[in-house]
Write a protein that binds this ligand. Sequence first.
Ligand SMILES: Cc1cc2nc3c(=O)[nH]c(=O)nc-3n(C[C@H](O)[C@H](O)[C@H](O)COP(=O)(O)OP(=O)(O)OC[C@H]3O[C@@H](n4cnc5c(N)ncnc54)[C@H](O)[C@@H]3O)c2cc1C
Length: 442
Amino acid sequence: MHSVSTPANSPDDSKAPLSLWHATARNRRSRPAFAGDLDADLAIIGGGFSGLSAALHAAEKGLSVVVLEAEIIAYGATGRNAGFVVPNFAKMDPDNIITALGAKHGERLVRMAAGSGDLVFDLIRRHNIDCDARQSGWIQPAHSAAAFDKVKSRARQWAARGRPAVVLDKGAVRDATGADGYFGGWMDKSGGVLNPVAYANGLATAAEAVGTRIFEHSPVRSIERLADGWRLATEHGHVRAGKVFVATNAYGGKLNSELARTYFPLKVFQIATEPLPASIRERLLPGGQCVSDTRRNLFTFRFDAENRLITGGMHIVGIGADRRVPRTIHRRLAVHLGITDIPPLAYSWSGMAAVAPDFLPHLVDLGPGLIAGFACNGRGIAMTTTMGKVLAEWATGAAATDLPIPFSPPAEIPFHALMRHAPNVLLPWSILQDKMDERGRR
Ligand SMILES: Cc1cc2nc3c(=O)[nH]c(=O)nc-3n(C[C@H](O)[C@H](O)[C@H](O)COP(=O)(O)OP(=O)(O)OC[C@H]3O[C@@H](n4cnc5c(N)ncnc54)[C@H](O)[C@@H]3O)c2cc1C
């Protein structure tokens, strides 16, 4: 089994791949490290989906763009996720968002999310990106009667906005997923699956084709304000730019400690089995969708292009988690899908997600022309790709306050040093609540 778990923002010195996706992407190639002095209209720190999508869209608008990546393209969450393209929000539905943000800002954000799956697959088609992409849909099965009521309302709200959202009854969920015991569910047909490392490398190549300069192994050490922009210092040179997008997500380390206190850094594990034999494969996900259910302790699964079964999970206690959690989620996969003879683990890896307290994407105002964005929350592929497009509008002159993503100064989470552990500490409580739901007590 290939097993890799590297701490945030530290170079990986083992020979094992960073993830299944790094091992299997066919279009990966290396880029030079930065040295010297460069001027650009837009400098981007971080070579994940956020930075690369912003680079592509800004360069297409005619800006000169430089991307500085500390490690390699897709080193962060971009190269370690599950490859689910999910065009909606993790917790809130359109009506809640409009209540929370007001009609004008709420509708803008909902509209942006609604088109986010299509944007990903359109880019893949337009730039001919070889990333095993399938716009096969995303399914959310309901683990309780109450959760089924909730997802029916969710599907109605997205369908009312013209989205291809359909409610699935119990039998339809079983037929589509092969999983028993769900009360029903819904599907957004504009979601789907891809190999995220291959998608990121495809975005990078497309951005380079319109003039973007991308550098790997080039960590930005400091950001200094100038009279007419910003100066980024790397070990071997400087980039001066009128505008800077900080796209470091949960991998930013000490670059901006204020920013690091605005989100929960959440370690998430992923595993992939050896390819499934045809006898089991044909019962599960015949349509090739991806699945994330309604449990608080989320259960997810999909296949990759070689029929490896992929799932994920979190840990309660960090000590020994790198060895323990992959085995636990492998067992859970077998139990939930009724596979008595599950193939062994082929890959296990982990990554850091930056989760906002309200589970929505955010743009953070770090100074005139200096902006950070994070939009993870399990929806990062669709949402960060769209965020990149939105940031290209900002880079070419749109006011940040007119963008569809909430924009504000850094909103520090109170007692962050303690609170950052909250998602792990609360996991046993979430598991208990799920069990109570399943036994019909709630
Ligand atoms: C395990 C896991 C599973 C997930 N599953 C899904 C999923 O199935 N679907 C989905 O939509 N979303 C998923 N997500 C979320 C999604 O992966 C993220 O939202 C998305 O990848 C974030 O992209 P990003 O470009 O903002 O950040 P990242 O991909 O984290 O990139 C940040 C980059 O910044 C670089 N960097 C940091 N500091 C510096 C510096 N000083 N100088 C230069 N570069 C720097 C890092 O090296 C890194 O490459 C998952 C996340 C995790 C962790």
